[in-house]
Every structure is written in structure tokens, then in C-alpha cells.
Design a protein around this ligand. Structure first.
Ligand code: GAF
Length: 395
């Protein structure tokens, strides 16, 4: 862990002892799960396609100890709020932050696995609602911790799948598998190409020697995000059903080509056609981008990122004016290799690949432009690629 990360984890541990006292000092343990970035391959996961994410040095931490009763006491250290429940009553509270933890406990019970009560303080530095997937980090972190504490014998694949199910079934967001996978399987200085159908994955070195990854946070948290997300899923399913009539091997858009989509354009209607066009191109783009990475061709890789953005903006329609503005601002900037909106869309961050020696000037320019246009002080995060979910040893 980096020094700043250790500081954050220690801060949460201090809050744990203030809240719960020091009686559990012998049994308390600390776990970390990172947020994620995604270089390319957006909305492809629920179409069984490819993604290219990485875990970053912004993470969620759980400081946790078992209890002898069946009570769960959760202390959200950053909010200074507590929520308690009993293991035999997982009803949904109005307050939304405990939904993730309740969802994890529900998945454990659905698998017929046994845990006892526990008490935990959690928090961290993943910006919430910024598209870095703080929710997946929260889910993976708690499940990983309970797996270690109660010897549940779950491997990382099960942790990923159960965390995704907690989000689908308890939280009610129909997300794909990318975020949980990236958080659990992250590797320092590497991006991972994940096949979201087979869950086969391959790491590609992504050392930040000459370039840095900078996230620019629009500070827009769009209320359309989850309803439009579900609509995009349905539109892709419609396209799949149409194409399947002509080629039974098309079980999802992963199995279709841009040429097949073009052939059946009229039957799909304009909206479904544009979604399917973007999706089949984007799935191919991830493969091409990985070839470019292997060749060390970052300039062309950056151009692929722009192509993804314009597809998400015009064909998939999940961007927003603030994201489009931030990407457009980089177009005539020689220090930027590539930029695009990242994650589900309708707000959150852009991801920018920026020449290292120009990062200060880049951030200053972006902040000035955003302030002038939207009267918002633009947060910029320089992220490092780190390992995935792990137990942390604090001094
Ligand atoms: C969100 C979802 F949670 C992911 O599964 C993925 O679909 C992403 O949006 C878009 O690529 O983060």
C-alpha cells in the first residue's frame, strides 16, 4: 500500500476504536478494496464483450471484528452514521448506504453459508458517484473480509459474482461484472482485459513512465443514470433478438459484427440500430486497443479512447454536456493522448492519458475552462494502478 493509503486505513482504524472501544484489539482485521478505472470497453460487460479496467489507489477499507451474538453494527466513518441489524432480519432500510452490506449478507445466506455477527467501521477515498465504482469496492471488501474471518472458502471468482448479485438483487442496479472484477483482481501497473462471458482475463503492463492517468470529475451525479442504464440493456437485448433470427449463434451482441448490424439496420429502427452499431464496434475496439498496447503504440491507443467517447456521446447516448465539454477541451492539446467519459455515464469523470511533464498545465487549463463554463471547481485525480482486494497489515 502507498503511504497515503496507509494513513487512510489507520484513520479508519482509529475511528473504529473510538466507536467500539479496544476490547476487540486481538481479533480486529483490516481489509482494502480499490475503486476502478476503465481504459476502454464501456457498457460492453452486460453484452458479454471485453473490457480493459484496472484497480486504482482510491479504495474502501473495512476495519472489522466478529461478535459473539448475531448482531451486525456498521459504522460509516466518513458520514459518522451507524446502522445495526440482526442476521435474521435483512429488511431494507430507507437509508441507502447499508443496502450494499445487507446485499452481501443476503448472498452469503442464499448460498447456505454461515457467519456470525460482526462490527465494522468503513470508509475511504473513492469519490462517491464519480464513476469509480465505490459500490463494487464496498461489496467486494466486505465479502472478502467475511470470507477470511469465517473461513467461507470462496475463491475470488465467487466473491466477484456474489458481489455483482448483491448489487443486482438487493440494491436493484442491473450492473455487469466489470466493476467487481476489477476491484477483486486488480494488479499493480497493469490493466486487465476481461472476457465478460468466460471470465478469462489477461494482464497487460501499463507502466506510467511518460504518461499519467488523470480523472476530471464533472461533479454531475445524474439521476437518469440507473433508469437509462437499464434501458440500454433492453435496447441491446432487442437488437440481439432481431439478429438472432438471421444467425442463431448471436446469443448477445458479443456474437454480432458491425456488418451484420448494418445489414439489418432497417428492421431495428434508428435507436436500436445506433446502440447495436456502437456496441459491436466497441467490443472490437477493445481487442484492437490491446494489440496497440502490446505494440507500445499509445498515441493510436489514445485515438481509440476518443472514438469510444464519440460513440458513447452520439450513438449510445449516455454522456452529458459536461463530459462532452471536458473531452472537447482536450482535442487540440498535444499533451493529451486520449480522453473519454468513463463508466456508466450521465456524469462522473472523464479519463485522460496525459504526458507526465505537462500534467500541471493540463489540470490548470481544465480547471479554468470548467470554472468559466460551469462555475464549478473541477476536481482532478491523478491515479496509480494498484493491486486488488487484500488484507492490510497495519503497524
Ligand atoms: C457501470 C456498471 F456497473 C458496469 O457493470 C459497466 O456496465 C459500466 O457501468 C459501463 O461500462 O459502472
Amino acid at each position: 500500500m502507498l503511504t497515503t493509503e496507509t494513513d487512510i486505513a489507520e484513520g479508519i482504524q482509529d475511528k473504529y476504536f473510538l466507536k467500539f472501544g479496544t476490547a476487540t484489539r486481538e481479533t480486529v482485521r483490516v481489509f482494502r478494496s480499490p475503486g476502478r478505472i476503465n481504459l476502454i470497453g464501456e457498457h460492453t460487460d452486460y453484452n458479454n464483450g471485453f473490457v480493459l479496467p484496472a484497480a486504482v489507489d482510491k479504495a474502501v477499507y473495512f476495519v472489522i471484528a466478529p461478535r459473539e451474538d448475531d448482531q451486525v453494527i456498521l459504522y460509516a466513518a466518513d458520514l459518522d452514521q451507524t446502522y445495526s441489524f440482526s442476521l435474521d432480519d435483512l429488511s431494507k432500510p430507507e437509508k441507502s448506504w447499508p443496502h450494499y452490506q445487507l446485499g452481501i449478507v443476503e448472498q452469503i445466506q442464499k448460498k447456505g453459508l454461515k457467519i456470525g455477527g460482526f462490527q465494522a467501521a468503513f470508509g475511504g477515498n473513492v469519490p462517491v458517484g464519480a464513476g469509480l465504482s465505490s459500490s463494487a469496492a464496498l461489496e467486494c471488501c466486505l465479502l472478502f473480509a467475511l470470507n477470511e474471518m469465517y473461513g467461507l472458502n470462496l475463491d475470488r471468482f465467487s466473491i466477484v459474482k456474489m458481489s455483482q448479485k448483491a448489487e443486482n438483487e438487493y440494491v436493484g442496479v442491473q450492473c455487469g461484472i466489470m466493476d467487481q472484477f476489477a476491484s477483486a483482481f486488480g494488479k499493480e501497473e497493469s490493466v486487465m482485459r476481461l472476457d465478460c462471458r468466460s471470465l478469462e482475463y489477461e494482464y497487460f503492463p501499463f507502466p506510467m513512465n511518460d504518461y499519467l492517468i488523470v480523472l476530471c470529475d464533472t461533479m454531475v451525479k445524474h439521476s437518469l443514470a440507473s433508469s437509462e442504464y437499464n434501458t440500454r440493456r433492453q435496447e441491446c437485448e432487442k437488437a440481439t433478438a432481431i439478429l438472432q433470427q438471421y444467425d442463431p449463434k448471436v446469443l448477445s451482441l458479443r456474437d454480432a459484427t458491425p456488418a451484420l448490424v448494418e445489414t439489418h439496420k432497417d428492421e431495428m429502427g434508428d435507436v436500436v440500430y445506433r446502440r447495436a452499431k456502437f456496441m459491436t464496434e466497441e467490443i472490437q475496439r477493445v481487442q484492437d486497443a490491446c494489440d496497440l498496447l502490446v505494440q507500445g503504440n499509445l498515441p493510436d491507443f489514445g485515438q481509440k479512447m476518443y472514438a469510444t467517447h464519440f460513440g458513447l456521446q452520439n450513438e449510445y447516448e449516455v454522456s452529458c454536456p459536461e463530459l462532452d465539454f471536458l473531452v472537447a477541451e482536450t482535442l487540440d492539446d498535444d499533451s493529451v493522448l486520449g480522453a473519454r467519459m468513463m463508466g456508466g455515464g450521465f456524469g462522473g469523470c472523464t479519463i485522460n492519458l496525459v504526458k507526465k511533464d505537462a500534467v500541471d498545465a493540463f489540470e490548470a487549463k481544465m480547471k479554468e475552462a470548467y470554472l468559466e463554463k460551469y462555475k464549478i471547481d473541477l476536481p482532478c485525480y491523478r491515479v496509480k494502478i494498484t493491486d486488488g482486494t487484500e488484507e492490510v497489515a497495519l503497524a
